[in-house]
Structure formats: C-alpha cells, structure tokens
Design a protein. Structure first.
Length: 227
C-alpha cells in the first residue's frame, strides 16, 4: 500500500461527504454506461483484447467494469481511496496507491486510462508532471494514454451556474450532488480549470497526441508514449 498524502480527520470527513455525493450523482449502472460510451469513442472496440490495461484514479471500479464489457481481461486499477476500491468486486487487480508513484515496473503496461482523476491533484504543475512521468515510465514503447477530464467551456460554466442556484438544487438531487462534489473539491477543481495551457503542454511533452477534443465541458485526449 502506497500513499504520499497524510490524511487528517477533517480530510476523512470531507472525503466521506464527497463520496456520498458521488454515489448520489450516478448509479453504478449509469456510470458504467457512460464509461462504455467514452471508451467506444476512443475506439476501444478495436483494441487488442490481450493488452494490459491500467485505469488510474479508478474509484469504485466502474471504468474497469466498462472495459470488461468490451472483453478485456488483463485489467488493473489504482486509487488512493481504499473505501472506494472496496466497492469493486470484479476480477481486475486493484491497488491502493498514489498515482504519483505507480506500483508497476518500467515499460510493463500497454494502455493507461484516467477518467476524471487528474483534476483532484493538490498542486499544479508539479503533481501532474509526477503522474504523467509515471504513466510514461510504466507504458511500453508506443503505449497509449487516454484522458477524460473537466475543461472550462461555456457549457461547463452554464452547468455550474444552474447547479449553484438553491432552487435548482432543491428540484434536482443530481444537480445538488454535482454542486456538493464541486464544493468539496473547489480548490483543486478551480486550479485545474485555470491551467489549460500548462496541462496541455505537459500532456504533449510526454505523449504524442493521436486525438484531442474539447467538447461539452470535457477534454478528451489520446496520446502515444514518446520515446
């Protein structure tokens, strides 16, 4: 078990409230369907089923379940929260570890994926560089890295405006859950949204872009490990 973050009682309370909102925001079934759609857009149906795939910041493992639906079996997940990982009971091997220090050998995996974890990093650009350096280290030559993260767009700003209205939060549990999660991660979330150029420059430093799209408040990046 690896961790680079010292946890306080206040942080545990904050994490518990965030995780409760996370569970209200989407059911596991809804999240799996969302992840399947995202992976399909990345072309997962065409990937070699023998590839060794790691999802980092994998949370309760629904991204791993989505990968299983495509027929992948050589799956691993990494997350800092033991509580979230305990909710996953599938066949993938999971590790409680810090993604700034991945528990894998050099050049040992084919694909790494992150779906909404990088914006939780405490410090930019240092922590992001640490994660990307580790992903680069772990990937085999020509290995692939797939990223989906929130991005500052007019659509996302509109969603935040609506979810911050008290009446809308009373009318929609989903909007209230979204607003609650945002409140609990506001420092890192705001930091992430305000460093677009830094983030893209670091991604391009370690990975040759195969595709990069910014739509509906999300960055969707697919890159190939640079030599």
């Amino acid at each position: 078990m690896a961790t680079l973050i010292e946890t306080t009682d206040a942080q545990v309370c904050c994490d518990s409230e965030w995780e409760a909102a996370y569970r209200r925001f989407e059911t596991p079934e809804q999240e799996i369907r969302k992840f399947v759609q995202r992976l399909r857009a990345f072309g997962a149906e065409t990937w070699d089923r023998e590839k060794q795939i790691v999802e980092i910041f994998c949370g309760r493992g629904n991204g791993l379940r989505a990968l299983q639906e495509f027929g992948f079996e050589r799956l691993e997940g990494v997350d800092l929260s033991a509580k979230l990982l305990e909710q996953y009971d599938g066949p993938a091997k999971c590790y409680v570890a810090d993604c700034r220090k991945l528990p894998f050998d050099d050049c040992s995996r084919d694909i790494l994926i992150v779906q909404g974890g990088l914006h939780h990093l405490p410090e930019l650009p240092g922590d992001l560089q640490s994660v990307l350096s580790e992903v680069h280290r772990v990937l085999r030559p020509n290995g692939q890295f797939f990223v989906i993260e929130p991005w500052k767009t007019a659509f996302l700003q509109t969603v935040h405006f609506i979810s911050n209205r008290s009446l809308m939060r009373m009318m929609s549990d989903k909007l209230d859950a979204f607003a609650t999660m945002t409140e609990h991660e506001l420092e890192t979330y705001s930091q992430w949204l305000s460093h677009a150029d830094t983030i893209l420059n670091l991604l391009h430093r370690y990975f040759e872009p195969a595709s990069q799209r910014i739509t509906w408040g999300k960055l969707r990046f697919a890159g190939i490990r640079r030599a």
